[in-house]
Design a protein around this ligand. Structure first.
Ligand code: ATP
Ligand code: MG
Length: 340
């Protein structure tokens, strides 16, 4: 397996170092090994060379790698995160990673959230009508194509079935946003009709968020649009006990190419202090291994992580007294014991 590793900025670099240590160990037990090549794309490169995503990168990634493991972008010297947007949007759109998957472990269950990642309100279509320099009307258009919603839906529903899920909820707002909402409902119903055994329900996003916070175990799988998914997945991160724990995968449904990244940002406030929790980044490795069919070793790493997070070696954000490297040592120690 060939992985392009983009540590990025701030604690992104710290949590990705942890992931590389773990990947090196896992490479020993995986057929063909795991090759990790590190790419130095991030704030320093942007400031020195004005380069975000270097030209030709998409071709290289597509042809020479199976997946990307990414830390985080964000730097106080670049207030609008222009470099991060350039790279992340470039990768998401250029590699057509329209499915964003985030697992949410819960007490008494777990939830799989799928967010469409390339269209909707985030397409950047719109503008302002100004009088002088003052905007009087501001417009951001929500755009969905049937093709993208179908590819997204087919992947997500099949993936839920693979995970043994019985129920899926479409989160929408078609009472207020009828055109795109109606398209989503139509595709959802048609695709469900082709997959017997998966029971579908539809909920308005407002009611859904209310119920999700009151009792998340009501849900098993959620499929939703870009904006709603952005919000719902952060509620998910809060429900599971913090940003440092959450992992995500962005997938191209046709090629299977995946970009795996922890949900948290570069956190300049704690960068360099050793307080960064690498759990989310290590969960990305679990997702990556599962995505490529390495279920057994993925489960071994997952259980090592779950055990380690209950010890004092856990980082302060989750109640421990450890550091990034102490927690990683604890995980590796448990992983070594299970693999040998
Ligand atoms: P963004 O610009 O993407 O919002 P950010 O740098 O503000 O990124 P967030 O992910 O929003 O970072 O995190 C908010 C705060 O939560 C951080 O400033 C940090 O204090 C804490 N935090 C985030 N991730 C972690 C982590 N992995 N370990 C420990 N603390 C974290
Ligand atoms: Mg933030």
């Amino acid at each position: 397996m060939r992985i392009a590793v983009i540590p990025g900025d701030g604690i992104g670099q710290e949590v990705i170092s942890a992931a590389l240590r773990v990947l090196a160990r896992i490479g020993d037990v995986v057929d063909g090994g795991i090759r990790c090549d590190v790419f130095d794309w991030g704030a320093d490169k942007w400031l020195a060379e004005s380069v975000g995503l270097p030209e030709g990168s998409l071709e290289v990634l597509r042809h020479e790698y199976d997946a990307i493991l990414l830390g985080a972008f964000g730097d106080p010297r670049i207030p609008d995160m222009a470099h991060g947007r350039d790279i992340l949007l470039g990768l998401r759109r250029g590699l057509d990673l329209c499915v964003n998957y985030r697992p949410v472990p819960l007490q008494g269950g777990s939830l799989d959230v799928y967010r469409e990642n390339t269209q909707g309100l985030y397409v950047g279509v719109g503008g302002t009508v100004c009088v002088g320099n003052t905007a009087q009307v501001a417009i951001d258009e929500c755009v969905y194509t049937r093709d993208t919603v179908e590819r997204f839906m087919q992947y997500c529903l099949a993936d839920l079935r693979r995970r043994g899920r019985a129920r899926v909820t479409l989160v929408h707002k078609s009472n207020a946003v009828p055109n795109t909402g109606g398209l989503w409902q139509d595709v959802f119903r048609r695709e469900l009709g082709r997959l017997p055994g998966l029971e579908g329900t539809e909920e308005y996003v407002d009611a859904f968020c209310y119920h999700l916070i009151r009792d998340p175990t009501r849900y098993e799988g959620v499929v939703t649009s870009n904006l709603f998914g952005d919000i719902v997945s952060d509620i998910g991160a809060a429900l599971m006990g913090g940003l440092g724990l959450a992992a995500s995968a962005s997938i191209n449904p046709e090629t299977g190419f995946g970009l795996f990244e922890p949900v948290h940002g570069s956190a300049p406030d704690i960068a360099g202090t050793g307080a960064a929790n690498p759990y989310g980044a290590l969960m990305c490795v679990v997702l990556l291994l599962r995505h490529f069919g390495l279920e057994t070793v993925a489960n071994t790493l997952h259980s090592s992580l779950s055990e380690a997070v209950g010890t004092r070696a856990a980082t302060p954000d989750v109640g421990g007294t450890g550091t990034t490297s102490a927690f990683t040592d604890e995980v590796l120690c448990r992983l070594n014991a299970k693999l040998s």
